[in-house]
Design a protein around this ligand. Structure first.
Ligand code: GLA
Length: 398
């Protein structure tokens, strides 16, 4: 860091500390916002530069976006321990990266594994943050007991599966209904094959029901469970969540019309996972999809944002590519992309109800292992050393 940058860093550190509930260490390389609950493992949070790179940022994300939408991050127990100060400084919304998925939280019919999900929910509650409930029904990361002993398209089996789904949803809503402001009730039920609407590929839900009817039941049970807690409390909370939304928007709208017109159940909105690439999709295509969803009378949220440096993901072909070097030029290109995306998101507020980034630091991203294991990606707002990236600066600069 140059002396002038270091001076600016110390100045911003001092200014940021003015607004913090409690400021941590005063060393120039420590978390400037201070942590009210960071653990010993926290390696510096929103540090401003230092030996490990990183840029000077001005402002705090959630505060800066307070008039637009909550800004969230998907987290695991690891993040609570290692990035607590970043979370406290920049975010006012959380999603559990995995801990609330049925396969993890509900591994056997009579067994719940609440520990990690509770830790995340308590972290949010203690800091006045809200949460996304991710996710009540998905064809992946499901526990095997859910489908055990069931026969495809058999009426008795369908009833048993409905009961299992209902009790799972009731348990989740009862435990986290106080802190969750939007539920990903159903995740990824639309087919990747544009010639049909509903995913039958790899879905035990579709296989047992013999149709997409399960989608209705998931929303119905979620709504009932929320209403049972407090009448009216389901309002605004029921979302459908998916990826490649620019490609799937018409299929999604067909599903929403089926729910609304044939099943009499209007949900609240659509989550755009937004696992984007540095060069795809163009913001004009995102806008086109968002406009269609709004015109049909639904809200939007951005639920799993990251910006991959690689270009083979959305094709689904998952061809290995040589590992890219994260050069300053590429970092600038990614920052411009993040800046353009957030400019677009701001233009949709308040119909766009939250923006959640799928992770915090580049050393912990699912994209290091997918589509190709061991290929380093850099899709997030803090770098491998937990220092702010140009992308963070870009989205704070408006
Ligand atoms: C999907 C799911 C998320 C997560 C990502 C990959 O987008 O909705 O829960 O598993 O894939 O990490």
């Amino acid at each position: 860091m140059t002396p002038s940058l270091l001076r600016r860093s110390i100045l911003v550190t001092a200014l940021t500390c003015l607004g913090a509930a409690a400021c941590g260490s005063s060393s120039a390389n420590s978390n400037p916002g201070g942590s009210t609950g960071g653990s010993a493992g926290d390696s510096g949070g929103g540090g401003l530069g230092g030996d490990t790179g990183g840029v000077v940022v001005d402002g705090r994300l959630a505060e800066k976006y307070s008039e637009f939408f909550p800004v969230g991050a998907a987290v695991s127990a690891w993040h609570l321990e290692n990035t607590a100060s970043i979370l406290e400084e920049h975010f006012n919304h959380l999603a559990a990266e995995n801990a609330m998925k049925a396969g993890l939280v509900h591994p056997a019919e009579d067994t719940f594994n609440w520990d990690e999900a509770d830790a995340i929910a308590d972290f949010a509650r203690e800091r006045g943050m809200t949460m996304t409930g991710h996710t009540l029904l998905w064809h992946r990361q499901q526990p095997s007991w859910m489908f055990q002993g069931l026969t495809a398209e058999d009426p008795d089996s369908i009833e048993i599966l409905k009961e299992r789904l209902k009790s799972h949803i009731e348990a989740m809503v009862e435990r986290y209904g106080d802190v969750v402001t939007n539920w990903d009730v159903v995740n990824e039920a639309i087919s990747d094959d544009g010639s049909k609407v509903y995913r039958d590929e790899g879905s035990d839900w579709y296989r047992i029901f013999g149709s997409h009817e399960y989608i209705y039941w998931a929303f119905h049970y979620a709504k009932e469970a929320l209403e049972a807690q407090e009448p009216g409390s389901s309002a605004g909370k029921l979302y459908y969540n998916d990826y490649n939304i620019t490609l799937k928007v018409d299929q999604i709208l067909e599903m929403l019309a089926w729910l609304e017109e044939e099943k009499g159940l209007k949900i609240d909105g659509v989550g755009d996972q937004a696992h984007y690439r540095i060069d795809w999709p163009p913001t004009s295509e995102i806008s086109r999809a968002y406009d269609k969803i709004l015109a049909a009378g639904y809200k939007l949220k951005v639920s799993e944002l990251d910006v991959s440096l690689y270009n083979d993901y959305p094709s689904g072909s998952f061809e290995p590519a040589p590992e890219v070097e994260f050069t300053p030029a590429l970092e600038a290109q990614q920052a411009a992309r993040y800046g353009a995306l957030f400019e677009l998101f701001r233009s949709y507020a308040p119909d766009l109800t939250s923006v959640t980034v799928w992770g915090i630091t580049d050393d912990r991203t699912w994209l290091d292992n997918e589509p190709v294991s061991g290929r380093n990606d850099h899709p997030l707002l803090w770098n491998d050393d937990k220092q702010p990236k140009e992308a963070l600066r870009a989205i704070l600069d408006f």
